[in-house]
Design a protein. Structure first.
Length: 211
């Protein structure tokens, strides 16, 4: 996989017990199996939407079992994943914080599948007098739109479409790119001679209302 559970330890994409502490006598950390499965499923899904089956397969074949690059890894895939020039990459670091558009994509769906209040024992519906259950769609919208900024660029409200999802009625829209940050789409289109963008699936920002 391109990312792992360590991308979910920061404040914004925090998932409790993303990395489980080892039992006494153990020398290894054991990633949460549920999160690991979600990362594998959603990361693969996203790469198929971006590259198509053949290119996605080629990309994953560049990695060793431990996630490191093979000695024979092609430079074009290293550039896509780890960045080149003004393209930050599918994953990068800011100080000690690990950042990835893939992590935002995974978190959006992970939260959707766990409609509960976060605690260190998982997602629960809080019933104590000092806790209040929150609608996860508010967090989802924020996370999804940050993913979109990295994926295809910031979009100006232009064309509105109303749809139903698992959280209720939502509004999606697209328009022109207003971001000065190089998005994944920007990078791929500027390098059409290197990457086949035939299979790239566009995605749009969302806005949940009726809260």
């Amino acid at each position: 996989m391109i990312i792992d559970s360590s991308y979910f330890e920061g404040k914004e994409l925090y998932i409790p017990n993303a990395v489980l502490q080892p039992s006494i006598g153990s020398n290894n950390l054991n990633p949460s199996s549920a999160l690991a499965q979600e990362i594998e499923d959603k990361e693969s899904e996203l790469m198929l939407d971006v590259l198509g089956f053949a290119q996605a397969t080629e990309l994953y074949n560049q990695f060793e079992q431990d996630g490191s690059w093979k000695i024979t890894a092609l430079q074009k895939w290293k550039d896509l994943v780890d960045g080149k020039d003004d393209w930050r990459g599918l994953r990068y670091t800011i100080g000690v914080k690990k950042v990835s558009l893939i992590a935002y994509y995974v978190f959006f769906y992970y939260l959707a599948n766990d409609y509960r209040t976060y605690t260190t024992t998982g997602m629960q519906i809080a019933k104590s007098e000092n806790a209040t259950t929150q609608d996860p769609s508010i967090k989802q919208v924020s996370i999804w739109n940050k993913f979109i900024k990295m994926y295809i660029g910031s979009m100006m409200l232009n064309k509105v479409q109303f749809t139903d999802n698992w959280n209720g009625i939502a509004m999606s829209f697209n328009g022109i790119n207003l971001s000065n940050e190089v998005s994944l789409y920007d990078y791929l289109t500027k390098n059409k001679a290197v990457y086949d963008i035939t299979y790239f699936q566009p995605k749009t920002v969302i806005n949940h209302f009726g809260l």
